[in-house]
Design a protein. Structure first.
Length: 88
């Protein structure tokens, strides 16, 4: 007899949150690397635009956003109950 493809809503949400927690470092690495790749080596570009300061603010803003996202995911994982399955 084939098993039903239905997953309990709470366990499905918990698994997706765990997936998001696992992907957060990857998103952070890509997000932190992009502003560094956007920097041009031409000193004339940095003279009028404040590129280094803007890049620094962007990096720290992204860093704080990652901390906030990790805290939110941790809080949601604490609130949602675990799988109701018994250990095999």
């Amino acid at each position: 007899m084939p098993r039903a493809a239905f997953l309990a809503r709470r366990s499905y949400r918990r698994r997706r949150l765990i997936d998001a927690a696992r992907m957060l470092p990857l998103f952070g690495a890509v997000g932190l690397a992009l502003p560094l790749l956007w920097q041009s080596g031409d000193p004339a570009d940095a003279a009028g635009g404040g590129g280094a300061a803007r890049t620094g603010l962007l990096l720290f803003g992204l860093w704080f956003a990652l901390i906030g996202a990790a805290a939110l995911i941790a809080r949601l994982l604490r609130v949602l109950p675990g799988d109701e399955r018994e250990p095999e």
